[in-house]
Design a binder for this molecule. Sequence first.
Ligand code: HEC
Length: 133
Amino acid sequence: MKVVPFALAAVAASTFASVAVADDADVGEKAYTQFCATCHGVSGAGDGPMTQMMTTGVPDLTGLTDRNDGAFPMLQVIHIIDGRSGMRAHGGPMPIYGALFDAEFEDSNTYGSVLYTRGKVLSLAYYLESIQN
Ligand code: HEC
């Protein structure tokens, strides 16, 4: 009989964990729709309305895992979205979202804005991971 409370605790813990993950994916999806879909397309296929006005091609974001030998390139994606890592010459056509999210937060350049920006970038990266082919 002593096993029952443990089993219940395990069920409760896994339920809360999945709720937290679902919330996070939701934040990522909303941010994606707001900031990225104009170029990368609603489904991530690289066919958003802005592409008609652009001279460079916009990559298909559902193929990131395929193009990286079957592993989602999480760190690279975070760095590309954030844009501040200097990992890639990103003076290119894609905006720098780290700076944009910082400015969006009321108290820019504070600890709060750092957490806000990292959270948003991470939610976006998780969302992209969830839409891989
Ligand atoms: C103005 C159009 C535009 C917007 C808006 C935009 N991107 Fe991009 N994105 C591009 C272009 C063009 C490239 C390829 C060239 C480059 O790296 O700058 C790219 C590249 C990427 C890559 C690398 C893809 C690869 O195959 O290596 C990722 C990841 C990415 N974008 C994610 C995002 C996310 C997430 C958002 C929203 C927060 C976003 N992009 C918003 C145009 C855009």
